[in-house]
Design a protein around this ligand. Structure first.
Ligand code: ASP
Length: 302
């Protein structure tokens, strides 16, 4: 099997001046991880490591650079899923960690559970040796300024970022390794000015990500409250068995739009190892490897 790797860096109306940073970030993640995948890295490791790179990049709403919630704090959600046996791990509303997706993986591998939230997730992460950071270490000037701007704006809605010039850049990765195993991972700071304790689609299995060797694997981004309602990642995995990958992706976005007036984007790989992507937001940032020498990185317009 020739390994496959596709990553995304959110779906919204990127202003021109932010496009380059978004394109470079996803490209760098693929360029860094794809050679390791060619050398035999597992799908699960590659999905986690690619997302780690994007969590570290302050361009995106994940790890460093995440949005602030209604009280000016950062709460992060993430999940990772293994297509071999459908095991997954997730964390939600977790604070002060740079790599929530790696904590999600530990939840999957070291506990009897699938999803840990808030304080419990934090204690678990600390017990597993993850360094707890001061809040300022995840905070960027950009997000503080944005928060101050929208904090008291009665017209602001959490879905606005997805069709307006306001940021929303959850990150995700979908991988097929040499053995044909699939994995998917997603990590986010959620939506701007969200309620404290709000959990979006990203750590919800079948919504923010899904991976099943028999169907395919998917990571999603967009307005979480709409994505959860249609379990967008699982919906696309199911559509893979009926349609070509791109057609399946478009159909999944149609369901999101027509059924719940949702906004978002999907990336995926079907069970045969072909890429899928679609979105109904004005733009989506993503990158994928088409062989060792060829990384395609795009800000695609709808
Ligand atoms: N889906 C994420 C959420 O609603 C946000 C995003 O994808 O940008 O939490």
């Amino acid at each position: 099997m020739i390994p496959k790797l596709i990553v995304h860096g959110g779906a919204w109306n990127f202003p021109k001046e932010t496009e380059q940073a978004h394109r470079n970030g996803v490209k760098y993640a693929v360029e860094t991880i794809y050679p390791l995948l060619l050398d035999g890295m597992s799908a699960l490791d590659a999905a986690e490591k690619a997302v780690n790179i994007l969590e570290e990049d302050p361009t995106y709403d994940a790890g460093k650079g995440a949005f602030l919630n209604e009280i000016g704090e950062i709460e992060l959600d993430a999940m990772i899923m293994d297509g071999r046996d459908l095991s997954f791990g997730a964390v939600a509303a977790i604070q002060n960690f740079l790599h929530p997706v790696s904590i999600a993986r530990k939840v999957m591998e070291k506990t009897e559970h699938c999803l840990l939230v808030g304080k419990g997730a934090q204690s678990f992460a600390q017990a597993e040796g993850f360094s707890i950071l001061a809040s300022e270490e995840l905070l960027t000037e950009r997000e503080l300024t944005f928060f101050q701007k929208i904090q008291n704006d009665p017209s602001f809605r959490t879905y606005h970022p997805f069709d307006m010039n306001k940021p929303s850049d959850t990150v995700g990765a979908v991988v097929m390794d040499h053995h044909g195993n699939l994995a998917a991972a997603t990590s986010t700071g959620g939506t701007a000015r969200k309620k404290q304790g709000r959990v979006g689609d990203s750590p919800i299995v079948g919504a923010g990500a899904y991976a099943d060797n028999q169907l395919g694997a998917v990571s999603t981004t967009g307005w979480g409250e709409s994505i959860m309602k249609v379990l967008l990642a699982k919906a696309l995995c199911d559509l893979f068995s009926k349609y070509s990958p791109i057609k399946a992706a478009i159909k999944s976005i149609d369901i999101l739009e027509k059924r719940v007036s949702g906004l978002g984007g999907v990336i995926g790989i079907n069970a045969a190892g072909n890429y899928a992507f679609a979105h109904n937001t004005p733009k989506m940032a993503f990158a994928y490897a088409n062989g060792p020498e060829k990384v395609i990185a795009k800000i695609k317009s709808a």
